[in-house]
Design a protein around this ligand. Sequence first.
Ligand SMILES: Cc1cc2nc3c(=O)[nH]c(=O)nc-3n(C[C@H](O)[C@H](O)[C@H](O)COP(=O)(O)O)c2cc1C
Length: 158
Amino acid sequence: MKIGIIIYSNTGNTNSVALKLQEKLTAGGHSVSLEQLKITGEWRPGSPGLNNIRLETIPDTAQYDALIFGAPVQGFSLSPVMTYYLQQISALRNKQIACLVTQAFPYPWMGGNQSMGQMKRLCESKDATVCGTGIVNWMNKKREQQISNLVEEFYKLF
Ligand SMILES: Cc1cc2nc3c(=O)[nH]c(=O)nc-3n(C[C@H](O)[C@H](O)[C@H](O)COP(=O)(O)O)c2cc1C
């Protein structure tokens, strides 16, 4: 299966999870591309205004059978960069979709669940059915366990 992992990662946490996913899915025989959303211009995380975000490129989802979207929680919400990106893309019909978020706080109710809800709704607004979700809490003592569970669960989806 041709899988695209499309992420935004400001400080590398989400990217480190994405790399583990890429490794596992590639070992399982899939063709996996990891694509990063990169900001250009003045906007920085914490700045207001979705409309001020500019991305270097808008990765094309059409070439993939399945997609994993990943992003950090920022201000108890999904990162505006991922929100902006998901608003730009075309329909995700007939593709398997999974979503992951990472956050600093130790428990998912501290912004992770809310961000995941936003991410799912954005995907569903593009006619997608989200078949898997995962939240990694960076300050949780069991973070490494959370990451390996997420990788195993996502591996079983595709
Ligand atoms: C502007 C900003 C706002 C943030 N807000 C939250 C938050 O509300 N809740 C939380 O748990 N972590 C918050 N964080 C921390 C990130 O979600 C966390 O460190 C995440 O794993 C970073 O992922 P990244 O390294 O892929 O960018 C915030 C970080 C930034 C830069």
